[in-house]
Design a protein around this ligand. Structure first.
Ligand code: ZN
Length: 293
């Protein structure tokens, strides 16, 4: 018994020291499930089929309709903007995978993407590319950076990706490119900044998928010169939102980005400087500290 008490007192001492080292206990990552489900100005439900279609219909509405043949599909009286999106979704980025000719009888792009990718998945892929500039098509990116084959995102996975993207200010990611990679590859791990989603991401629940993707979107934003700017590096040591943030300046940026969106109170507590940087330099002055009215 005496031995047990001694062991326990040692354990209490070690735990107390661990907490004393940091004024606030840090989790490995900044954002918890509850932070995503209770985040202000965030959708609680995925986009419905009707909402996705209503987002697609205004695309290119002022354009003159044209006829065109893309990858074997003959479009007639279609909007050029939609034809361009179809081209991006079905044309491989590498020459050896090109020359695809679909045997489809579709005069419209919506019909074509529904037949090729699925009646619900196709319109979501079209919406994601048009609205956010991210292309999830394995036909566009048949292999990943490690030359592994890519695969389709399932319907519920695409829903979570769209939820995450819709949590950002409108047009924010589109500024960084209109045909960016956001693909699923069958591999161990969770996700990377290219952006690639792996088996581990698919196994997570919806709020965690949304949070992980927000972290990767932070990398995409940071890699456009922001995370290596002197202004960011100067405030690096002012405070961290997670242990993971301490591993590298770019992980700090991605963790801070995700915390700004889903757990701003923690970020404000850890570093007012980083909060102000995110508000002014990244999120165009939009803040998420107030619950939705
Ligand atoms: Zn990261």
């Amino acid at each position: 018994m005496k031995g047990l008490c001694f062991a326990l007192s040692i354990l209490v001492f070690i735990v107390a020291q661990a907490y004393a080292a940091d004024p606030v206990y840090l989790d490995f990552t900044a954002v918890r499930e509850i932070d995503v489900t209770q985040a202000p100005c965030a959708r609680s439900k995925p986009f419905s089929d009707a909402e996705v279609l209503s987002q697609i219909s205004p695309i290119g509405q002022d354009e003159e309709l044209v006829d065109a043949e893309i990858n074997g599909v003959h479009f007639s009286h279609e909007k050029p903007a939609l034809i361009e999106l179809f081209k991006k979704l079905t044309t491989a980025d590498r020459a050896e995978f090109q020359h695809r000719a679909f045997a489809l009888k579709c005069a419209k792009v919506l019909c074509a993407v529904q037949k090729i990718f699925g009646p619900q998945v196709g319109p979501r892929m079209l919406f994601m590319l048009a609205e956010f500039g991210f292309n999830s098509s394995p036909m566009a990116f048949p292999r990943d950076v490690a030359d592994r084959p890519t695969q389709m995102l399932k319907l519920r996975e695409l829903d979570d990706v769209l939820l995450s993207l819709s949590d950002l200010p409108k047009g924010m990611m589109l500024k960084h490119g209109s045909n960016q990679v956001l693909i699923r590859a069958k591999a161990a791990g969770v996700a990377d900044a290219t952006i690639e989603l792996f088996n581990g991401w698919s196994e997570y629940n919806s709020p965690t998928r949304r949070h992980v993707l927000m972290h990767e979107l932070g990398h995409v934003f940071g890699e456009n010169g922001v995370h290596s700017s002197p202004e960011w590096r100067d405030i690096e040591a002012t405070g961290y939102v997670s242990y993971y943030a301490k591993t590298a300046f770019y992980e700090d940026f991605a963790e801070t980005f995700a915390a700004y969106r889903y757990r701003p109170a923690l970020l404000l507590e850890m570093s007012k400087e980083k909060y102000a940087f995110m508000r002014d330099r990244v999120f165009s002055g939009i803040e998420y500290t107030q619950p939705e009215q």
